[in-house]
Unconditional design. Structure first.
Length: 219
């Protein structure tokens, strides 16, 4: 890391997950300290600092996995995505400001309910990997809501827990069922701002307190 707080990254590989959604794995000459569930500010390659050249991206991996992994929809809707899509293995970019409170924390919550909308599964993959790799005493369930493909399904399904993958019209019933079955659990909700607002509203109606709710809406 330089005195300016920037880490240099080198693209290791780019893996198509589905449609235009890709996992990008980056190496760094320096260890990048982060806690599973956090996000970074990732710059567009070959671009100066500036709001239009930076996006907040959640880290999908855990430190022990080696390369830093992000999963991004690279459909060319902006100059930022076009530049990131054009980056080839061996190419470089930078990140700065590792941030976020979407973490398990200390003390660990004994029961956790993960609710992801679309690419909101990205930081949740990091948290589930943390729990399973370290055999943490956390009982967890995962509900992933998506319109088409369910990202990381093949990776996460063998890890245990209760896992449900569903369309949006099934979410309200699932929330009602899970709040009855494990009313004391902590909820982790991640996705678009619209998704998170809607789910937070449903959870409040079902009696979930702010104390038992963690959200990540990429804002």
């Amino acid at each position: 890391m330089t005195t300016s707080g920037f880490y240099a990254l080198t693209l290791v590989d780019k893996i198509r997950e589905y449609d235009e959604v890709f996992s990008l794995r980056f190496s760094s000459a320096e260890a990048i300290p982060f806690t599973p569930g956090q996000y970074v500010h990732l710059m567009a390659p070959a671009s100066p600092p500036g709001r239009e050249n930076v996006r907040h991206l959640s880290i999908a991996s855990v430190p022990e996995e080696g390369p830093l992994r992000f999963t991004v929809d690279l459909a060319p809707t902006s100059d930022y995505k076009k530049k990131l899509a054009a980056l080839e293995p061996g190419g470089t970019t930078h990140l700065f400001k590792v941030k976020g409170q979407f973490v398990l924390g200390d003390p660990l919550p004994p029961r956790v309910l993960f609710l992801a909308g679309g690419l909101g599964i990205t930081p949740i993959r990091s948290l589930i990997t943390q729990i399973t790799r370290h055999r943490l005493p956390v009982e967890w369930r995962l509900a992933h809501v998506a319109r088409t493909a369910f990202l990381y399904e093949d990776e996460l399904r063998p890890l245990g827990g209760v896992q449900e993958r569903l369309r949006h019209d099934g979410v309200e019933d699932l929330i009602g069922r899970w709040t009855r079955e494990v009313p004391e659990a902590r909820w982790y909700v991640a996705g678009s701002s619209q998704f998170v607002r809607g789910m937070a509203g449903l959870l409040a109606v079902k009696g979930v307190s702010d104390e038992n709710l963690r959200i990540e809406d990429f804002e």
